[in-house]
Design a protein around this ligand. Structure first.
Ligand SMILES: Cc1cc2nc3c(=O)[nH]c(=O)nc-3n(C[C@H](O)[C@H](O)[C@H](O)COP(=O)(O)O)c2cc1C
Length: 229
């Protein structure tokens, strides 16, 4: 956990199917609601498909970057509920249409480009019929259902790290979910939870930056004293 970073730069080394199988074979032990194991993983190796994914990824990144350019947290969850009324138009604080149709001069964004070059991109799909949104109807964005997908995703990174490989859990591609579903034949009941490029990291990172425990844990009350040893 301490030495598994977000890896976004990869060497040209391959990731053999046997190794990838073992990675998924470990990752499947992730916790998930009701042990219904709602995931379906598409192992994307085909170059043409990776190029399609990279193009769509770039569109998602343009939207993401439009927020950063405006000094905002992209699609901030605190506002997601009221900004996206069901059946109504989405009200975003930045012009996403303009962002999507404005390509970067240098071509696809580095992360999108990397997706076309890595040995494999995993598309983590989730069967909505199998996940519980325990926090639905609370007048805010529902977040619980994702908890049945992301521990599995992190397990993939941990299992890859154990074998000398790396990757990153990403959601930028999810902005183009409809196109990804059409392109990859993903059934209606499934959603795209994440895309994980996997390969050999260009450099091994062993130190991650995180806040200390006492910065986020308190005793007996949210405003209680910092939890210390
Ligand atoms: C739910 C989730 C979504 C993420 N989405 C993206 C993404 O779309 N693109 C990306 O490059 N990284 C993405 N990340 C990776 C984070 O940026 C990364 O985990 C964080 O910055 C910590 O990096 P580190 O472990 O190398 O310190 C995502 C991570 C999570 C858990």
């Amino acid at each position: 956990m301490r030495t598994t970073p977000a890896t976004r730069q990869f060497t040209d080394d391959s990731l053999p199917d046997e190794v990838l199988y073992d990675i998924l074979d470990d990752a499947r032990f992730g916790p998930n609601g009701g042990n219904r194991q709602p995931w379906h993983v598409i192992v994307v190796r085909d170059q043409e498909r990776k190029e399609q994914i990279a193009d769509l990824w770039d569109l998602g990144m343009r939207e993401d970057h439009a927020f950063y350019d405006a000094g905002l947290v992209p699609f901030v969850a605190a506002e997601a509920y009221w900004r996206n009324p069901p059946g109504g138009p989405s009200e975003q604080p930045v012009d996403l249409e303009t962002a999507r149709v404005t390509p970067r001069q240098e071509g696809r964004a580095p992360m999108a480009e990397a997706a076309s070059k890595v040995p494999v991109v995993l598309l983590i799909c989730v069967d909505l019929r199998k996940v519980t949104a325990m926090d639905s109807g609370l007048g805010r964005l529902s977040i619980s259902a994702g908890g049945s997908a992301y521990p599995f995703c992190h397990n993939i990174l941990l299992a890859a790290r154990d074998r000398g490989y790396g990757g990153v859990v990403t959601t930028q591609l999810v902005r183009q979910e409809a196109a990804v579903k059409a392109c990859m034949g993903i059934p209606d009941e499934f959603v795209l939870a994440a895309a994980i490029p996997l390969g050999k990291p260009v450099k091994e990172i062993t130190k991650l930056r995180r806040d200390p425990v006492e910065a986020f844990a308190t005793v007996d009350h949210f405003s209680g004293p910092a939890f210390i040893r």
